[in-house]
Design a protein around this ligand. Structure first.
Ligand SMILES: CC(C)(COP(=O)(O)OP(=O)(O)OC[C@H]1O[C@@H](n2cnc3c(N)ncnc32)[C@H](O)[C@@H]1OP(=O)(O)O)[C@@H](O)C(=O)NCCC(=O)NCCS
Length: 158
């Protein structure tokens, strides 16, 4: 299968929402369907399209069918240790039937490229300890940064 990676566009909304909150989608993978309301989904999507908002999304498209098969969302933010902004890879997802074909790697590489274009000095992300599948990919495209993540008590997500 040949894949195109590109920035998300307004016409992608229905397919992106399906990968995000639909059956076997990203939010379901995290067991978080009770947290992500339509308001959050709509706000997040609108932010991708707002050139003044530091929220971005690259999508993977099956070149033969034109269908969305994955996405990477990322944010840029200030960092007290650098003059340049930093890029945080917030979400990464490839639909189940297209995994292990290099799409996840292509999406991360596209975020590296976008981060360079946005003049970000560093790119980083988090993963759950038990997400071994994702870590098989991350050890190939990144390095373990050596930090543990803490969160305010009663926060149910990051
Ligand atoms: C994590 C995820 C995005 C990976 O996407 P993917 O398209 O399957 O990843 P890739 O095919 O690009 O994998 C890249 C590399 O990791 C290796 N790899 C990935 N999963 C592997 C596995 N289960 N066993 C062995 N190697 C594996 C591949 O061999 C590949 O190496 P190569 O590029 O040198 O050939 C996908 O599994 C997914 O969406 N999972 C559910 C959501 C999730 O966990 N998101 C990440 C949250 S932090």
């Amino acid at each position: 299968m040949s894949v195109t990676i590109r920035a998300i566009e307004a016409k992608d909304k229905e397919e992106w929402v399906n990968l995000w909150t639909g059956p076997n989608g990203y939010i379901e993978f995290y067991g978080s369907s009770n947290i992500i309301t339509p308001e959050i989904t709509n706000t997040t999507f609108d932010r991708f399209l707002n050139p003044n908002d530091p929220t971005y999304c690259n999508v993977a498209v099956n070149s033969e069918t034109g269908k969305l098969i994955g996405f990477a969302t990322y944010l840029t933010h200030r960092n007290t240790w650098t003059v340049e902004d930093t890029c945080y890879l917030n979400d990464l997802f490839v639909c189940e039937s297209n995994r292990l074909g290099g799409v996840g790697r292509k999406l991360i590489e596209s975020v590296y490229k976008s981060a360079d274009e946005l003049n970000c000095k560093n790119t980083y992300w988090l993963t759950q300890f038990h997400n071994h599948r994702a870590q098989m990919l991350y050890t190939k495209v990144g390095v373990k940064a050596g930090f543990l993540v803490y969160a305010r008590p009663n926060n149910n997500y990051l």
